[in-house]
Design a protein around this ligand. Structure first.
Ligand code: CO
Length: 433
């Protein structure tokens, strides 16, 4: 298989994007930085908006960010072109009082965030990233924090004490066997104070000023291209930073579109989206309401606009795995590097319907990229996405798509180099629709 230099360049850009986004808050900040560099202005939710025709803007709410380019035609006539993805990934999150001493070891207690493959966290060089709130003159401020060097570890139990690990799989008791090892506890060490000092040093702030945090456990190993032709990309958080990167790239490339183009990247998808910043929250409806109000649209006009809109929910798809043929429906094997996947589920776990699937096929044809169609095995329960949630709230035509992925929710997932370039092209076509 020949992989173009252009596709490899896109994949390397994706690796850099993921490397700069070790947490949802970092991802939102990175997107903001890239948008700003291309002339997008930041809007504050607590200020009145004065939007200019053809203007380019973004808004951040927690670990979510929505960016948009106002179309040059009236929204009532064109509707919106909306692409959604999620900034969060399943994994481990530190508890508020994480640090403790246990039989001479300093350990950090964690909660399981969403549905990670826990075994993939064992024996890896783990870091920490997220946001920390520190005291500041007149109150406090939220700062981003990341440890890039290996800081913690979840060492496996030797096979001599876990003789059936290869037959029964690697299992962890979530409360007692997942705490991460941070160091050796010296005589009389106060674990919590020790950990707070570690954060304070990194933030260059007094330890007493470190108040609270939300910290995710990260993989410190950078992404890589692999395979005989470097046709695959391996990294953490491909689900769903690959879709965020593709959607953002499409938005940044769109010139002066006729229809208003929106790129909505949400936090909290992996835990059900039900939060202020999540896809089930008010963020996207608030934003559309404000755009409509700014354009002087009444309720009738806003509803006409929604009825003429199209939403693409971009998340990753389950690539066919040749070692596990029984896990897949034989008629719906989606292959790595064979193009974007349209995901359908009769029980509406995906938002795709016949109309929206056909519309996405037309976009792929226009972009000159292949497409594939996926349905889960009938005897397995299917995952879901932000697609049905957003479609239900906005009453909008909607399709669920994604690039094929191996090892979804592992700390090190794999996808296709060509697929990423294809997805950027297909989403680009949606914004020039
Ligand atoms: Co996902």
């Amino acid at each position: 298989m020949s992989i173009s230099a252009q596709a490899k360049l896109r994949a390397r850009e994706l690796i850099d994007f993921i490397d700069a986004s070790p947490s949802p808050w970092h991802a939102a900040a990175l997107c903001a930085q890239r948008l700003q560099a291309q002339g997008f202005g930041q809007l504050a939710e607590d200020q009145r908006w004065q939007l200019q025709a053809g203007g380019r803007y973004y808004v951040i709410r927690g670990g979510s960010i929505i960016a948009f380019v106002l179309g040059c035609e009236p929204m009532e006539r064109t509707g919106l072109r909306l692409i959604g993805a999620h900034t969060d990934s399943p994994g481990l999150r530190l508890k508020p009082k994480a640090a403790h001493e246990s039989c001479g070891a300093l350990r950090l207690g964690v909660e399981v965030y969403g549905g990670p493959i826990l075994a993939s966290f064992a024996d890896r060089d783990l870091g920490l990233a997220g946001r920390v709130v520190v005291r500041a003159p007149g109150g406090f401020e939220t700062r981003l924090l990341r440890f890039d060097a290996p800081l913690m570890r979840l060492p496996n139990l030797a096979i001599h004490m876990n003789r059936e690990v290869n037959e029964k799989g690697l299992k962890f008791d979530k409360q007692t066997e997942l705490p991460l090892i941070l160091g050796i506890a010296g005589e009389g060490v106060d674990a919590e104070a020790h950990f707070r000092r570690l954060l304070a040093e990194k933030l260059d702030a007094p330890a007493a000023d470190v108040l609270t945090w939300e910290l995710a456990v990260t993989d410190t190993q950078k992404g890589s291209l692999w395979g005989a032709e470097e046709e695959f990309v391996a990294d953490s958080q491909l689900d769903n930073l690959a879709s965020c990167h593709a959607a953002l790239s499409a938005l940044l490339a769109c010139g002066s579109p006729a229809a208003t183009c929106v790129c909505a990247l949400f936090d909290h998808e992996e835990v059900g989206s039900e939060s202020a910043a999540g896809a089930a929250g008010s963020f996207v409806t608030d934003l559309i309401g404000r755009i409509a109000a700014n354009a002087g649209m009444d309720e009738e006009a806003r509803r006409c606009a929604l009825a003429r809109s199209f939403f693409i929910s971009a998340d990753m798809a389950h690539a066919y795995h040749p070692n596990f043929p029984a896990a897949f429906d034989p008629g719906h094997k989606v292959m790595v590097n064979a193009g974007p996947v349209i995901k359908s589920n009769a029980n509406q776990r995906y938002s795709t319907d016949a109309d929206s699937a056909a519309r996405f096929i037309a976009l792929c044809e226009r972009a000159g990229v292949p497409f594939q169609q996926y349905a889960h095995r009938t005897d397995l329960s299917c995952g879901s996405t932000i697609g049905p949630i957003v479609a239900a709230r906005l009453g909008m035509a909607s399709v669920d798509v994604g690039s094929p992925l191996w090892a979804m929710h592992s700390l090190r997932e794999s996808a296709g180099v060509l697929d990423h370039a294809h997805m950027i092209a297909a989403l680009g076509a949606a914004f020039s629709d």
